[in-house]
Unconditional design. Sequence first.
Length: 489
Amino acid sequence: MNRREFVYKSFLSAVCAAGLQNLSSCKAAVKDSSKSKKTNFLVILTDDLGWSDVSYNGSKFYETPNLDKFAAENLTFTNAYSPAPLCTASRASILTGKNPARTRITAASLKPYPKPDGRFPPKTKTSAPWQKMVEPTPYWYMLSEELTIAEVLRSQGYKTACIGKWHVGDEEYGPENQGFEHNFGANWQPGPPSYFYPYHIGTITSGVPGEYLTDRLSDEAKKFMEANKNEPFFLLLSHYAVHTPIQAKAEDVEYYKKKIDPNDCHNNPTYAGMIKSMDENVGEVLEYLKQSGLDENTVVIFISDNGGATYKDNNQVITCNKPLRGGKATLYEGGIRTPMIVRCPGKTKAEKCQTPVTGTDMFSTICELAGTETPKEAADSVSIVPLLKGKNIADRPLYFHFPHYIPVCDTTPCSSIRQGDYKLIKFYEGHSELYNLSDDIGETKNLAEKMPEKASQMQKQLEEWIESVEAQLPIANSAYDPKAEAPKQ
């Protein structure tokens, strides 16, 4: 008799002795017990929350006591990256385990969806005179044939739900057709028309006038977990916060108005109020897990889909990411480095991990923790389970690809590679930048000219990867006018 048979028969005998007298009832009890012991997964995905937007990373203005506590008690990643600097691309990557360059979902989508280009824009296509390049048109939705982590877990008997922002397609590209049985608040929209009910989100058909969206999504998340607490579940709690429109509860705005320090670039009281509500709701969901006992068998992953937005909303700068450079829609650290905390019962300890990881890794990590193999489709995902256990993973480069213009962020088409402490950004308008992040986290010292061999080696590696995944690339703009100026915000 092997160990598995021994455990099975021992448990069967114990159950029967407890009063379940017939064999079918005993086997059913064993089956139910086995199901309840599967690991649950709760992924809390915030929108546009910057690396320094949390007080545990040094903010003196924003207050995130629940996240601070969660970070202090669990595994905090100091070099966590979003797969892309904008939401649609990043979210599709997290769901599929594929780099955005591979799926050609590299931008943030709006409707109506345009027809995507091939690998390059048509040679006859031109763009605005101030643009040196013609950017390719990517896919603005996640194709139905893409395999998602929700589909994998659902095939393993998991109950699956997407609560909150989706933004990777609607109708045939919506969550119900991508492995999620339950959908609340998910559709094509990048942000809600309003954070106060009525939200004007088509998948939310009821509410109390004036209720706050971040609160409502957490309430729905708790309802889903309560309804499925005896089943294994995968819940993507995908907050719209802290994406525009920048709207917060009046009492929170007034509180932060009194805290403003004109010398601190964190000084938007409404944005601070949004962060406060987000933090409070993270705390409530974590408390629900504790009170229900689900925390003993639920992996919790807290991440953001990209860095903080540094442009203006209602004539006020949203946030800054100092000491990081840049912000959302850039490949500087402020656009792609994000907060990330993981709690894995029985594995993670209260410590900080400096190994670079990316949201794409969530696919393989969840598969391993769920006891199933990672499918070959998740080609760019690496399991970080060893890191959760305090061990190491093999060194590997991280790649980023963003062949687009975003005028309000001064963004031009670019790609990037991080290998060890070094990071190179290739700008397709004609130059590259090299930084040593270990002593220059703010990317203030371009080492490309001082270290030409290192820059050349990393650029060659980046270009070889771009070819291997057949990433979309920009072409020269025949209508380019060097005297033309980009539009101002």
